[in-house]
Design a protein around this ligand. Structure first.
Ligand SMILES: C[S@@+](CC[C@H](N)C(=O)[O-])C[C@H]1O[C@@H](n2cnc3c(N)ncnc32)[C@H](O)[C@@H]1O
Length: 289
């Protein structure tokens, strides 16, 4: 896998993705090309090259129009804390900071970190945009409410267990690449000023709801696959399957027969409203140990 890191040109990531998809060994020529793609330092000014080597993935910048779209999809606000994992030249962090958000970039390449700091300075957002030279796999980004990434599918999947332990409602937006069998909640593409890698995916970290929940009128048994919820409501000897079960962060919705449940999950407690026709009742449930 390490040899895959070195590719060159604007097609670097697609070559990389294609190689991964086909599960082929990378060709030596690609490595040779990569050697010529190293960034040059000219009289103290660092100029990165698209496709230059990175620790786990090469550098290809996200088109500014897609950066804007990604932050729109995350519904970024000034009260968010954004982390861009593998922050490149800092463009996503700087764009977030310009929207008033406190934003952090984690980037392994020290030259890119210094470049990002200079870019933030030029844009007048140094106070809100912070960059660290670090490995994303050894970094703590648990305080993030929004995560952005332009990595590779296998790297996204490596990060997935950590992301799923984050606070429900945390938004994750990637450029182009999936999160394995965790389906995206939203997909958007841009056409303007973008020739490749023009699609973004959003995921919302779901609350953990698997288990048996005690309701006054029975046991709600929930099974969960990411944001999709299934299971049944057991009352005495009757069991009714739940349908349309879904999580949006800590908000759960599901149906049992004609009754629509909408609630909020807070750790081991769930509360909300059950509606049948025009009737409405509040419900509370506690997860059984
Ligand atoms: C495809 S670029 C994306 C840059 C930026 N996020 C953007 O969207 O424009 C991926 C970046 O991740 C960095 N990177 C690769 N592996 C890394 C790692 N393990 N830790 C931190 N940064 C890494 C690379 O140096 C590169 O700048």
């Amino acid at each position: 896998m390490k040899a895959l890191k070195v590719l060159t040109g604007s097609v670097a990531l697609s070559c990389l993705a294609a190689v991964l998809a086909l599960n082929l060994a990378p060709v030596p020529q690609a490595m040779a090309n990569g050697a010529t793609a190293q960034a040059e330092k000219k009289s103290g000014t660092y100029e990165p090259s698209v496709g230059q080597e990175g620790k786990d993935v090469v550098w290809v910048p996200t088109a500014q129009s897609l950066v804007n779209k990604m932050l729109d999809m995350a519904k970024l606000t000034p009260s968010d804390i954004l982390y861009d994992l593998g922050s490149g030249d800092g463009r996503t962090v700087i764009t977030a900071a310009k929207r008033g958000t406190t934003a952090y970039g984690i980037e392994f390449n020290p030259d890119m970190v210094e470049l990002s700091k200079r870019n933030a300075e030029k844009e007048g957002v140094s106070a809100k945009a912070t960059f660290a030279k670090a490995d994303i796999f050894e970094s703590d980004f648990s305080k993030a409410t929004v995560i952005t990434m332009f990595l590779l599918p296998e790297l996204n999947v490596r990060l997935r267990p950590t992301i799923l332990k984050m606070k429900p409602g945390t938004r994750v937006v990637t450029n182009s690449f999936s999160m394995g069998d965790w389906s995206a909640d939203q997909t958007e593409s841009v056409n303007e000023d973008c020739r490749s890698y023009c699609t973004a995916y959003l995921w919302i970290v779901p609350a953990d709801v698997g288990g048996t929940w005690k309701l006054p009128h029975g046991d709600l048994v929930l099974e969960q696959k990411y944001q999709v919820v299934s299971g049944s409501l057991k009352s005495g000897s009757n069991a009714a399957a739940i349908s349309e079960g879904k999580l949006d962060g800590d908000q759960i919705t599901f149906k049992v027969g004609d009754t629509q449940y909408s609630g909020k999950v807070t750790g081991e407690a769930m509360e909300g409203v059950a509606r049948t026709g025009s009737g409405e009742n509040r419900f509370q449930a506690t997860r059984a140990k």
